[in-house]
Design a protein around this ligand. Structure first.
Ligand code: GTP
Ligand code: MG
Ligand code: ZN
Length: 204
């Protein structure tokens, strides 16, 4: 889950995707507080990169009740976990979906636009009609320390069809010649931003 405020960051989204892909979980990307943008076209353009990979993007406003009922249908009778930066509205959304809960939520800072780490524990709540919602604390620095470079690569699922076509079997897709991933980036089959994100994450 990301939001217009605090403003979404692609590298952070990619970190969440790596975790979820490696856990082999079905993924929904949620963009909350959509009523705060005056340029929805730009927002949709930004997320077209993820849509083209095959992720489903859900534009919501918990505050203005936009798209909530539609989104709820995707959660019914499943166990769902909400991951995202502090202040994006995870607890607010869960409150909207299970109104009798009344979870604590908190204004984001007017100055930094960052959340205040209101939720401190990961807790599972049952949807009365079936299914569960798991609220989690917004993680300040989402580290991938325990992930190998191969696992990071697996998190970029659109790279997968190309990896066998590299000249070197142990290609890391960074400095090697005749790298199929790099060719795909040049041809526009892999988005430049995603490739840059991959390089940053495997080098850190
Ligand atoms: N403008 C606007 N504000 C929203 C929306 N959804 C939630 N908020 C506000 O965003 C702030 C943060 O919401 P929380 O639900 O506490 O965020 P959280 O993701 O649970 O944050 P942590 O528990 O700190 O990880 C609150 O002031 C909410 O009222 C929305 O759709 N639009
Ligand atoms: Mg919370
Ligand atoms: Zn390669």
């Amino acid at each position: 889950m990301v939001a217009i405020e605090p403003h979404y960051q692609f590298e952070l989204i990619d970190r969440y995707l790596i975790v979820a892909e490696n856990a082999k979980l079905p993924i929904n990307i949620v963009v909350n507080k959509i009523e705060l943008t005056n340029n929805i076209k730009k927002v949709k353009y930004d997320f077209s990169m993820y849509k083209n990979i095959g992720y489903s993007i859900n534009y919501l406003s918990v505050k203005e009740q936009i798209n909530i009922d539609n989104f709820k249908l995707k959660l019914d009778n499943k166990t769902n976990i909400f991951l995202g930066q502090s202040g994006v509205g995870k607890s607010s959304l869960i409150n909207k979906l299970i109104p009798e809960l009344n979870l604590r939520v908190n204004e984001i800072s007017t100055k930094s636009k960052l959340g205040k780490h209101t939720t401190t524990n990961t807790t599972l709540y049952q949807i009365p009609s079936g299914g569960d919602l798991i609220d989690s604390p917004g993680i300040r620095k989402f580290q991938l320390d325990e992930f190998s470079n191969q696992e990071i690569l697996n998190g970029f699922k659109e790279f997968n069809p190309f990896t066998n076509a590299c000249k070197f079997r142990n290609c890391a897709h960074i400095f090697e010649p005749k790298c199929a991933i790099k060719s795909a980036v040049k041809l526009g089959d892999i988005h430049k931003k995603r490739y840059q994100s991959y390089i940053t994450l495997v080098s850190s």
